[in-house]
Design a protein around this ligand. Structure first.
Ligand SMILES: [Zn+2]
Length: 325
């Protein structure tokens, strides 16, 4: 009797659940239990083999179908998130949190644990950068750009809680944006998404899809704009992730205060990074020319153009900020 009920249930769910599933990516297991099941399937001691898994309304409960037409529920590890301090200055209305904190308030140096046996890392996306953390055309580019195909899955790199989700006018150049706060102290930002797969206050595990890549907002083609922030302040995401191969640079991130400057990027020595932090800016006034500004600050037009990523033929706008050293 019980068996036939199970079969009936199975027949119903096989047809219905996949169509309802939000995340049809059933081959991806970020959870150790699922991989254990696969390992057991290889063992000759096991008589039944799992054939498929189905989603349930609870994302941490899956239905496993076995090849003898039985099924079972499996409960996945719910992310074991240390929430102490995680909700400090929690703000689901604003893109940026910790807006009252200044870079000078941050510690000279802080060690953040990114990964160990219980803290997993999964690259949000793997790919070549098309733009880096730097001043671009006189504007701060606070993250890295990774080209993608519209619809590519973007994953949370660490466990975390979704702090902000927005789009349209509210996010401006970011387009569809998801911001996740992680227990390691970082916040990660994902812009230009075609779809947002999470809502505010969602708990996400490392590797869990949070959005699909796109080209919304100020974007010239499909790409992910990703930022890493600590206490609301951006630093080069390449200090955390090697996007070429999707690995962490290190399991512990030593954040130095001088990293919180758009002129400071991965690969610089501390001396170079500090020098970049001492950058000076000049606000363009009526009648200014690049040559005139260069002379006034003891530099050259060429150096100015290089620092600001502009062409020497660039028409200056009154009020525009130019980096002069
Ligand atoms: Zn960008």
């Amino acid at each position: 009797m019980k068996r036939s009920f199970l079969l009936l249930f199975l027949l119903l769910t096989v047809g219905i659940v996949p169509a309802l599933a939000q995340e049809p990516d059933t081959t991806y297991f970020s959870h150790p239990e699922m991989n254990e099941i696969n390992d057991e399937a290889d063992s000759t001691l096991m008589l039944v083999r799992p054939m498929d898994t189905l989603d349930t309304p609870d994302k941490y409960v899956k239905i496993v179908l076995f090849d003898d037409h039985t099924w079972d529920y499996i409960e996945l590890d719910r992310p074991d998130i240390d929430t102490s301090g995680l909700f400090e200055d929690w703000d689901i209305e604003s893109i940026h949190a910790f807006r009252d904190v200044k870079v000078s308030d941050l510690p000279e140096e802080v060690d953040l644990l990114l990964a160990d046996s219980t803290h997993h890392f999964v690259a949000p996306i793997i790919g070549r950068r098309s733009s880096t953390f730097k001043y671009r055309k006189g504007r701060a580019h606070n993250g890295v750009d990774i080209p993608l195909r519209v619809g590519d899955t973007i994953r949370s790199p660490f466990d975390g809680v979704v702090r902000y989700v927005g789009g349209g006018k509210a996010t401006g150049g970011y387009g569809n944006l998801v911001v996740v706060r992680h227990p390691n102290g970082l916040e990660t930002y994902y812009g230009h998404l075609s779809q947002r797969l999470v809502v505010e206050n969602d708990i996400v595990a490392a590797g869990e899809p949070i959005g699909l890549g796109g080209s919304t907002g100020r974007s010239t083609g499909p790409h992910l704009h990703m930022e890493t922030r600590y206490m609301g302040k951006p630093f080069d995401p390449e200090r955390v992730i090697n996007f070429d191969n999707g690995t962490l640079r290190d399991t512990v991130l030593t954040l130095k205060r001088h990293y919180f400057n758009v002129g400071s990027h991965y690969g610089m020595t501390d001396k170079e990074s500090k020098a970049a932090g001492e950058a000076q800016y000049y606000k363009v006034k009526k009648g200014d020319t690049l040559g005139g500004i260069a002379r006034k600050h003891g530099t050259t037009v060429n150096a100015l153009c290089k620092l600001n990523g502009i062409s020497s033929k660039k028409v200056l706008q009154i009020g525009q900020r130019l980096r002069v050293r």
